[in-house]
Design a protein around this ligand. Structure first.
Ligand code: MTE
Length: 317
């Protein structure tokens, strides 16, 4: 892996003070957020609202490896998709505020030599935390740049020793309807689940994230531990994980169960394959005025295109 994804020596919270945020009201205006009824349009693209300038960070900006500035903490933590709470992106943060994230365990099981249930604090002490500044491209055609803290999923998988039969990894979000009101919705097959092929899971880019900007992840972003797969549409990056299972079957996923013709298992960011209801050729970076072109594999082709060398990505969308 190239050095560009290694941790930086200074905590980003030290160089990017979080004090200079716009008020929530201003932020919503600035981000061009269209309030209201997205309910079943789960994955519908948004109108490009009237936008002003993005919230300014005070101090040297953090950039991704393409030179794009990271989104402000306020943007990252106030514009979320987390259907277990609500389908209203601006309402996730207040609704998730009191979600219990401790104690928390992650069961790693299935086709492994050493199945084990880990406390999140064990994972934090077992694996060095790195900073990865990744683009997140939602299937709804908006995007952000997020400075995550976390560790490679591969480190955890090596610990439990997958057997030679294991070909896929299945992930499951916590099921706690008393705290997550959205789980009362009959439209979705709870708990949220996702999956990766094992070589995707072992790729160096695939991260288990526990922090953002050097701060522990907030509930709205999937605390205490969530997956981040930066070359795939955001829905693959499952939040608040309680179970990871190695298997020889391609796992079913929440979105491919709800709408198989719209959300495939692979879900690689691909500007050449449109969603049946909208184009994927461009995206709205939260905080920007004009749209930008969507990059193949979200700009991570150098690291991941080899995983799909033999596949037709318009069939395996
Ligand atoms: N994980 C769970 N459990 N539930 C969700 O609704 N939404 C997904 C993904 N992970 C989702 C989830 C989608 S569609 C996106 S775009 C990202 O989380 C958004 O992550 P963020 O809110 O941290 O930006």
């Amino acid at each position: 892996m190239t050095h560009r994804f290694k941790s930086i020596p200074v905590r980003s919270s030290e160089i990017t003070p979080k004090g200079v945020y716009l008020s929530r009201r201003d932020f919503i205006k600035a981000a061009g957020v269209v309030a209201g009824s997205m309910a079943l349009a789960a994955c519908a693209p948004e109108e490009v609202g009237e936008t002003t300038t993005a919230p300014q960070l005070n101090g040297p900006a953090l950039n991704d490896e393409l030179g794009n500035p990271a989104n402000a903490y306020e943007e990252i933590t106030n514009y979320n998709n987390y259907y277990e709470f609500t389908t209203n992106k601006e309402a996730v943060a207040p609704m998730a505020k009191d979600f219990t994230t401790s104690p928390w365990t992650v069961e790693v099981t299935g086709m492994v030599a050493k199945p084990k249930t880990f406390g999140v604090e064990d994972l934090l002490s077992m694996f060095p935390q790195e900073e990865r500044i990744y683009r997140l491209r939602c299937v709804e055609a908006w995007s952000m740049v997020i400075p995550w803290n976390g560790f490679p999923l591969a480190s955890l998988l090596k610990e439990v020793e997958p057997t030679s039969d294991a070909q896929y990894v299945r992930f499951e979000t916590v099921y706690r309807p008393e705290e997550m009101k959205g789980q009362g919705s009959p439209f979705y097959p709870w708990p949220y689940q996702e999956g990766l092929r094992i070589d995707e899971a072992m790729n160096e880019l695939t991260l288990l994230a526990t922090g953002i900007y050097g701060e522990p992840t907030l509930p709205q972003n999937g605390a205490p531990i969530r997956l981040v797969v930066p070359w795939k549409y955001g829905f693959k990056s499952i939040k608040s994980i309680v179970k990871i299972e190695l298997t020889d079957q391609q796992p079913s996923t929440l979105w491919s169960t709800v709408a198989p013709n719209e959300y495939g298992f692979y879900a690689n960011v691909n500007p050449n394959v449109d969603h049946p209801r909208w184009s994927q050729a461009s995206e709205r970076r939260i905080g920007e005025l004009s749209r930008r072109e969507t990059l193949m594999f979200n700009g991570y082709g150098e690291q991941v295109s080899g995983l799909y060398a033999d596949m037709d990505l318009s069939v395996n969308y």
